[in-house]
Design a protein around this ligand. Structure first.
Ligand SMILES: [Zn+2]
Length: 88
């Protein structure tokens, strides 16, 4: 339950920082990457937590410790850094 609350609250904080929904990020990672524990640990399951990419439905029981839930992703970090550099 704590991870779900962190997921939703991170998304909502993204809105308060000015990030809109990012409906394009859920197609950015391919099936092979979404089944790879090292990849999903480093990059999450989508590049943006502002997408509605809810859970990693691609993962299979034999994939090991693959991430199942989105985290703050590379696109989010880039967007916040860009805004901090160019809009402040
Ligand atoms: Zn939202």
């Amino acid at each position: 339950m704590g991870r779900l609350i962190r997921f939703v609250s991170s998304h909502e904080v993204g809105h308060t920082l000015g990030l809109p929904h990012n409906m394009g990020s859920s197609i950015a990672y391919n099936v092979e990457d979404l089944r790879n524990p090292e990849f999903t640990k480093k990059y999450g399951t989508a590049p943006s937590i502002m997408d509605y990419a809810r859970f990693n439905y691609i993962a299979q029981p034999g994939d090991g410790d693959v991430a199942l839930m989105p985290n703050i992703g590379p696109y989010d970090k880039y967007s916040i850094a860009w805004g901090d550099t160019n809009l402040s």
